[in-house]
Design a protein around this ligand. Structure first.
Ligand code: SF4
Ligand code: SF4
Length: 177
């Protein structure tokens, strides 16, 4: 008989302990988000999609030399004397070959960097052509992608840029920005 009541007490205590864990979790802030309309923002050092500022680039080629995957190519503009000018006529990165090693960003001699990893972690490609981002003077930082159907360059629409999506701000929750 004593053993019977002992087991009831022991199991009741176990149920109470379990319910205490449930109650504590119930009042904690939620750590899930309503993706894709709501997104967590990665830490600043996160290596996301590469961005590039064609207006500040001197076309020195250091990033292309540093790239171990040989995925950066560029061409200098030519001045009136027919010599290479310190400006890029075009610049391209094949993201399909990129290993996200950050060597291109580190080799760029400018601060802030002219080519750098953004915190955008979303990439959806429908073809290998779309993996090539290309910039020319006047192109936005995200660059253009090649559309083989139209044989023309267009902005990477359809690929969500996380900076344009409101991040979840919750003072009591995990750090999001
Ligand atoms: S992150 Fe690495 S692999 Fe990708 S473009 Fe830069 S240097 Fe090349
Ligand atoms: S991005 Fe930087 S390293 Fe690369 S060509 Fe331009 S200035 Fe040079």
């Amino acid at each position: 008989m004593t053993g019977y009541f002992h087991r009831i007490a022991r199991d009741s205590w176990a149920v109470c302990k379990g319910m205490w864990v449930t109650l504590r979790t119930l009042v904690k802030p939620s750590i899930t988000v309503q993706y894709p309309t709501e997104k967590l923002t990665p830490e600043p050092m996160f290596r996301g999609v590469l961005l590039y500022d064609v207006e500040r680039c001197t076309a020195c080629g250091l990033c292309a030399k540093a790239c171990p995957s040989n995925c950066i190519s560029l061409q200098n503009q030519v001045n009136e004397a027919g010599k290479r000018a310190p400006k890029a006529a075009w610049y391209a990165i094949d993201l399909g070959r990129c290993s996200w090693c950050r060597l291109c960003e580190e080799s760029c001699p400018f601060k802030p960097k002219v080519v750098w990893h953004s915190i955008d972690y979303e990439l959806v490609f429908w073809s290998r052509d779309e993996m090539v981002r290309c910039w020319k003077p006047g192109t936005p930082l995200a660059g253009w992608v090649h559309d083989p159907k139209k044989d023309a360059f267009r902005d990477p629409s359809g690929q969500v840029v996380i900076q344009e999506v409101p991040a979840r701000h919750d003072e009591k929750g995990p750090k999001h920005d």
